[in-house]
Design a protein around this ligand. Structure first.
Ligand code: GUN
Length: 281
């Protein structure tokens, strides 16, 4: 079984990006800038944002975090986004989710200029991805995709099963694999026989938030299994895949932690650089 070492692949990607930033700086006399907006003091968001900031600095990007208290007015946030949209030194804007209930998530997403939307959540980017045009691609599925391609460069004709239909992962992941000529199934909580669907799959991407849902007898021998789950349990952090047993049947499997997580952050940096390059064209 191949243990897909997301930490190592992400470190390699960051090194490539670091070198690319050096080249961009020489060519354009400026460097890509990422601004993250963080609202409230939810612990996981604080941790993720700190990791994003550290990684951005490591590859030589300009990075800034703007923090607001939980009670901040929606208008204050939208005004700030509009200001960042106009700022030529800012290549990418990310508003960390989830947001407090009084702030309209979709309004926030739609206020970010599509060209600065490093999350790929703006309807324009969602539409361009599904139509096969150039777009920002959400960081988590992009990271999963890059790991799958490392294991299997030719995905044509493979059967891929997404577990979970979120805008953050399942749907954009399906689009990326469809582009690679996979036959894609998106499953969800109302799917009749999830185990039977998974047993057909050459590639499984699990992103539902149910601890160790995917068992060894759900997985075809030699399948590639990507575990997006991060679940807090009595036994510590576990993914959506029962790692020990599935590792005995799968061809390749991502660990939790150390699989998808580091790739998501590296892909955010990649997206920031892509936004910068498109803005310089
Ligand atoms: N919260 C959890 N994952 C993400 C992500 O990929 N982007 C943003 N903006 N917020 C998140």
């Amino acid at each position: 079984m191949i243990l897909i070492d997301g930490k190592k692949i992400a470190a390699e990607l960051r090194e490539e990006l670091r070198q690319e930033v050096v080249g961009l700086k020489a060519k354009h006399s400026k460097i890509p800038g990422l601004t993250v907006i963080l609202i409230g003091d939810m612990a996981p968001s604080q941790i993720y944002v700190r990791m994003k900031e550290k990684a951005a600095n490591e590859v030589g990007l300009k990075s800034e975090v703007i923090r607001y208290p939980e009670a901040v007015e929606e208008k204050t946030v939208l005004d700030k986004i509009n200001e960042l949209n106009k700022d030529e030194n800012i290549s990418g804007i990310l508003v960390q989710l989830p947001l407090p209930k009084h702030i309209d998530k979709q309004k926030v997403i739609e206020t970010i200029l599509p060209g600065k939307d490093v999350d790929g959540f703006h309807p324009m980017n969602v539409g361009n991805l599904s139509s096969g045009y150039e777009s920002s691609v959400p960081c988590t599925p992009l990271g999963c995709y890059l790991m799958i391609k490392k294991i299997e460069p030719n995905l044509s004709g493979k059967k891929a099963v997404m577990i979970g239909r979120s805008n953050l992962n399942g749907k954009p992941m399906a689009q990326l694999l469809l582009k690679e000529n996979c036959t894609v199934t998106i499953t969800h909580s109302k799917t009749k026989d999830l185990k039977a669907e998974c047993l057909e799959a050459d590639i499984i991407v699990a992103a539902v938030g149910i601890p160790e849902l995917v068992k060894a007898d759900w997985v075809k021998k030699d399948a590639i299994v990507i575990d997006v789950g991060i679940n807090k349990t009595e036994n510590g952090i576990v993914g959506d895949v029962a790692f020990d047993e599935v590792s005995k049947v799968a061809r390749a499997l991502t660990p939790v932690p150390g699989g998808v997580g580091p790739m998501t952050i590296a892909c955010l940096l990649k997206n920031t650089i892509e936004c910068f390059k498109r803005s310089q064209k």
